[in-house]
Design a protein. Structure first.
Length: 320
């Protein structure tokens, strides 16, 4: 699911740590989420203890909630007491199902576990949720018999979600492509800093592409001094990831121009309407240094890439 739908969900829902005093509300949410699958009231009553999130577990185990306008939309909790961490629960309010909340919460749990050096998360899944986890990349490793009244053959799938360290540049590229805007800074001929908000597209080589006018300040600045710095991300409280990006800009021509324009038009289809503008031009930025900061986890995860005008020979620096 990740990608555009996940990005849209991140703009609507805020992800934060759960509070112990929300135990009652979260337990009620869990029961409503479980009832979505058509289980009887009698069966839900039998599962009452399993569906309860206690204040103690919320305080001791990594527990995150999704909320919108102050209303709880979902909760995820990890169990960290065993050698292999597991998904203690993932519950989404019935009104928020298929809006990207589940994936957003799993992303948060994965980011937390990965930052703690974990490579996998075990999942004891409700049979109705197996397809969701498989779409996220989990694999089935077994099953547990779990018969209930009316479903004597019911089983709970046993899954494993691999979350080993993502290749830095792959993770960075995915994040950048979910963004549309950046704040860029250039230096004028008098060495004065000048900044603007721009729309960006990203190539497979981590190059940034944007259009501007030949008469703009940034175009004149970059022709005199091609060094540029940008800040990307951080627009949403629910996704506090940012990228600091420094690079060398140029104004491509010929086949290079056509290539970067197609990348830009894929991100901004309305860009084709500006082709008729007499002063339109396209800027390509090749990275020299990039810092990716993920503040969804504690401690924050910081990754730095040092490059030489491209991604060849990149050096990674990863710190918590």
């Amino acid at each position: 699911m990740h990608g555009n739908e996940n990005h849209a969900a991140s703009l609507k829902y805020n992800i934060r740590r759960a509070r112990p005093d929300e135990s009652g509300a979260l337990s009620a949410l869990a029961e409503m989420a479980k009832s979505y699958w058509g289980y009887s009231r009698e069966q839900l009553a039998l599962w009452a203890d399993e569906l309860r999130l206690t204040p103690e577990s919320i305080a001791s185990d990594p527990t995150f909630v999704a909320e919108h306008d102050g209303e709880l939309a979902g909760v995820v909790q990890l169990c960290t007491t065993r050698p292999c961490w597991s998904l203690e629960c993932l519950w989404v309010h019935p009104t928020a199902i298929r809006q990207g909340v589940g994936s957003l919460l799993i992303d948060q749990a994965v980011a937390y576990a990965r930052a703690q050096g974990r490579a996998e998360i075990d999942i004891d899944a409700d049979p109705n949720a197996e397809g969701f986890y498989l779409r996220l990349g989990a694999r089935r490793v077994g099953e547990v018999r779990a018969p209930i009244d009316g479903q004597p053959g019911r089983v709970r799938p046993q899954l494993v979600l691999a979350i080993g360290e993502v290749e830095h540049e792959t993770e960075l590229l995915s994040f950048l492509r979910a963004q549309r805007w950046a704040v860029e800074a250039t230096s004028s001929t008098t060495q004065a800093p000048q900044a603007a908000i721009i729309g960006i597209a990203v190539t497979d080589a981590l190059e940034l592409v944007f259009d501007t006018l030949t008469t703009s300040r940034k175009a004149a600045n970059l022709r005199a001094n091609p060094r540029i710095a940008l800040v990307i991300g951080g627009w949403s409280d629910s996704d506090p990831r940012t990228v600091q990006y420094e690079g060398i800009a140029d104004f491509p021509a010929g086949a290079d121009l056509e290539r970067v324009r197609q990348v830009y038009f894929a991100a901004f289809p309305d860009g084709t309407e500006r082709l008729a503008w007499p002063d339109i031009t396209y800027v390509r930025v090749k990275p020299t240094w990039v810092r990716y900061s993920d503040y969804r986890v504690d401690p924050p995860r910081i990754v730095e890439l040092e490059l030489s005008g491209g991604t060849d020979g990149a050096r990674n620096h990863d710190s918590p």
